[in-house]
Design a binder for this molecule. Structure first.
Ligand code: SAM
Length: 447
């Protein structure tokens, strides 16, 4: 049931067309996925309709039980609402892949994985979440996506504005909002809606924007988005950015057949006009005057100096070892972008960093065992460890972290498990069983 005041407000905003919106909000939601470039798209059965504004986006005819697809757990695709993939258009048109980008409100990671793919290894993504509970799923999704170009942080917006002044080429604020655009996806969104909540959200969004503003480089790009329709949280906040902070709106090219409605300013996605949920996005440029660059002064050097033999061994597991700097904390060895090493070392002093790059291995005496995030990483060199192909049933058993029988002919020691030519993880063949170290917090439960 749509709230009465919501209906009245939408009638005032859209006129008679609002009736079509209300009807659309009563229909079934659409399921869409965005493919990871770790996957050879040619081998993936994607004879589905394409999302018009994202080259890797596809609509599915029905919603499968993703938990039972091993490729879902290997990060081969992300189940993402189609309208929100429009962020890609702002990136393509205004953000060079060689950029340092902050995704301020990032969990569960839909837009972060999209940005991570846009940047490849040329840029650096700082993916932040304030909510501790939501941090775990963000970290998991980032690691499964498999680029080493990301740092996951747990900070308040003001921490960035205060400690990282003029640092980021681009900041995405995908703001917490009243969620009007999610009303058919989530009944709770309709139940929790109220005019008071809309006003509270609009004020909180302004506070977030104000707090993070100084972290954006002059001349840098702010992408502001919500999944709500109302002007208070969308146009009013953007106009406040223009009037009070001197931001300039960046127009986006789009195909008129996509069904997007231009706001004043910004771009609206209404479910009666697009195949997707409600969404709003506006890209803005910060005034390029008064440029005081972020100072990259010497940070604590986290290099392990002359790497011990076990680290040198672990580096041979990578396709491009020359791209990575190494840190060791306790027994765990992490690889992170050498290109951004100095910056990352500084960020790790200024911010609460939860994940830096990807876990390469775990020291065990004079030896080293590969970590699960290496299996997810796009730079893992296939063939490093002997490979065993799994059936779907065996793959699900591995993902449930169950003890696995040893398939005939499996060599002793570390083995990479493969499902449909994708690496699912590593196990150690100890003769009578395969030791399964699948991360306990990621395992499939109750299915
Ligand atoms: N960008 C995410 C994605 O694409 O998967 C969705 C983000 S969701 C719309 C908004 C996020 O903002 C939530 O994860 C929420 O925890 C976070 N948030 C809530 N209050 C916040 C605040 N005051 N400052 C920053 N982030 C906040």
């Amino acid at each position: 049931m749509l709230p009465v005041e919501f209906i009245e407000r939408m009638r005032a905003q859209l006129g008679p067309e609002s009736e079509q919106l209300f009807r659309a909000l009563e229909t079934e939601r659409v399921t869409s996925i965005r493919l990871n470039d770790k996957l050879d798209t040619l081998t993936f059965p994607c004879d589905f309709d394409e999302v018009p504004w994202h080259v890797d986006g596809y609509y599915l005819n029905e919603r499968p039980q993703f938990t039972l697809d091993p490729l879902f757990h290997a990060g081969c695709y992300y189940v993402q609402e189609a309208s929100s993939m429009f962020v890609q258009q702002a990136l393509d048109q205004y953000v060079d892949p060689e950029s340092v980008v902050l995704d301020l409100c990032a969990a569960p990671g839909g837009k972060s994985t999209l940005i991570s793919q846009h940047l490849g290894e040329e840029g650096l993504l700082v993916s932040n979440e304030v909510n501790r509970q939501r941090l775990f799923i963000l970290s998991e999704n980032i690691q499964k996506w498999g680029n080493g170009n990301t740092v996951v942080t747990h900070n308040q917006p003001a921490d960035f504005g205060d400690r990282c002044k003029n640092l980021f080429d681009c900041v995405l604020v995908d703001a917490p909002c009243s969620g009007e655009g999610m009303m058919r996806k989530d009944e709770q969104a309709a139940e929790e809606w109220s005019v008071k909540n809309v006003q509270m959200c609009a004020e909180r969004q302004r506070a977030i924007l104000m707090d993070v503003w100084d972290a954006l480089k002059p001349g840098g790009v702010l992408i502001y988005s919500t999944c709500t329709f109302n002007q208070d949280e969308n146009e009013d906040n953007v106009n406040w950015l223009i009037d009070c902070l001197g931001a300039e709106v960046l127009p986006l090219d789009y195909d008129p057949s996509w069904g997007i409605v231009e706001g004043t300013p910004g771009y609206h996605f209404y479910p009666h006009l697009v195949k997707g949920e409600g969404f709003y996005l506006c890209a803005l440029r910060k005034n390029p005057d008064d440029f005081t660059p972020f100072k990259i002064k010497d940070a604590k050097n986290h290099s392990t100096g002359d790497n011990p033999d076990y680290v040198r061994t672990a580096m041979t597991w990578l396709q491009h070892p020359e791209r990575w700097a190494i840190r060791q904390s306790d027994r765990f060895i992490t690889a992170y972008s050498l290109k951004y090493k100095q910056l990352i070392d500084i960020l790790s002093e200024k911010l609460t960093c939860i994940v830096i790059g990807f876990g390469l291995g775990e020291e065990r005496g004079k030896n080293i065992a590969p970590q699960h995030s290496l299996a997810m990483c796009k730079d893992y060199k296939r063939g490093t460890f002997p490979e065993v192909n799994l059936t779907e049933e065996q793959a699900l058993s591995f993902l449930r972290a169950e003890a696995l029988p040893v398939p005939a002919g499996t060599p002793m020691g570390q083995v990479a498990l493969i499902y449909e030519d994708v690496v699912l993880g590593f196990v150690k063949n100890v003769g009578n069983r395969l030791n399964n170290h699948y991360p306990n917090e990621w395992r499939i439960r109750n299915l």
